[in-house]
Write a protein of this length. Structure first.
Length: 329
């Protein structure tokens, strides 16, 4: 919901923040530890892997048996302290938070996280980790309000070998005055003219997809190992584990596999009620997108649809789907 590039939103704190050296004081925390050398409370173990896979519905055989490894996305799980916590927390991050609180940036929202995997984790591995405050952005104005993006990085080792990196980013902000009309009993608020769609988080794993959208091409990843098509984009194949891939361009044909009609919560960039569909593409993969050009109560499972690219503001287009051949009443 936030725009890390700082565009949009007229509500901004006075520029005395920069003049009185707040940003310089914040930048001084970069490189300071957010946690001292920590040790995972448990060795990597098969029961936790099993519980994780059951919760995620992941039946990949690579995560079971004598040669099993842990799902890569469990990376951070082995560093968590549980209800009793860790005793290795550094005071630098708390100091930084108090400094922002004292300057009026009292609200917080998580914006994104990134993980990099360097080594498979296997039962019996002992996990160690160290956290650092990696960066504090310049002041940004977002739809939520004005504030600072704070990124922490955790480096993780398994039996002394580098195993991966986990980055976590939050926005500490002063809430903007609401520009959304209050919901009245007679109906929902209309969309305000200045409202803009929230921007997706674009990273190295999905940048190619958004480059394709910018060129009016819907690109699907194809595994370089087993040839399986996959969507959404991922850094590696969930079937064979290969990190190699290329892309195929979707024909644009699809059907509505499932859908929901959104009524609440109201958001300035949207005008409820509207239909959000799980679209099964002709190529066999599924994606979530809006179904346009038809009343929300006329969307049906199995409805044939065709890809379009909808301009939602002066700089952004999104892939959406419109019913083919009209809609029965």
């Amino acid at each position: 919901m936030s725009d890390p590039h700082g565009r949009g939103g007229p509500h901004e704190r006075s520029r005395t923040d920069e003049h009185d050296g707040l940003h310089e004081r914040l930048k001084a925390y970069e490189g300071r530890p957010s946690s001292t050398a920590g040790v995972g409370k448990d060795l990597v173990n098969a029961p936790m892997i099993r519980h994780w896979c059951e919760a995620m519905g992941d039946a990949n055989p690579a995560y079971d048996g004598p040669d099993a490894s842990a799902p890569p996305t469990m990376l951070q799980a082995w560093t968590m302290g549980g209800l009793s916590g860790h005793t290795d927390r550094s005071g630098a991050y708390d100091e930084l938070s108090r400094l922002l609180d004292g300057a009026g940036y009292t609200s917080i929202v998580a914006t994104d996280c990134e993980q990099e995997y360097l080594r498979p984790l296997r039962p019996g591995d002992r996990i160690t980790f160290r956290g650092v405050i990696e960066s504090v952005s310049a002041r940004k104005t977002t739809k939520l309000g004005t504030g600072y993006f704070v990124t922490t990085r955790m480096d993780i080792w398994a039996d002394g070998e580098p195993a991966g990196t986990h980055r976590f980013r939050v926005l500490k902000y002063a809430p903007a005055a609401s520009r959304t009309p209050r919901r009245m009993p007679s109906g929902s608020p209309s969309r305000t003219p200045e409202a803009r769609r929230p921007r997706p988080v674009i990273n190295r794993d999905n940048a190619g997809f958004w480059d394709g959208v910018a060129g009016h091409r819907l690109l699907i990843q194809r595994c370089g190992g087993c040839g399986e098509l996959r969507f959404p984009w991922l850094p590696g194949c969930g079937g064979c584990g290969s990190p190699e891939w290329d892309t195929v361009e979707a024909s644009g044909a699809g059907t509505v596999y499932s859908y929901v009609v959104m009524h609440h919560p109201p958001f300035p960039a949207f005008d409820p009620p509207y239909a959000v569909g799980l679209i099964e593409l002709a190529e066999g993969v599924r994606m979530v997108s809006n179904v346009i050009g038809v009343p929300h109560d006329k969307v049906r499972i199995g409805m044939p649809v065709r890809l379009e690219f909808l301009r939602v503001d002066e700089e952004w287009e999104l892939p959406v789907f419109r019913p083919e051949g009209g809609v029965a009443g």
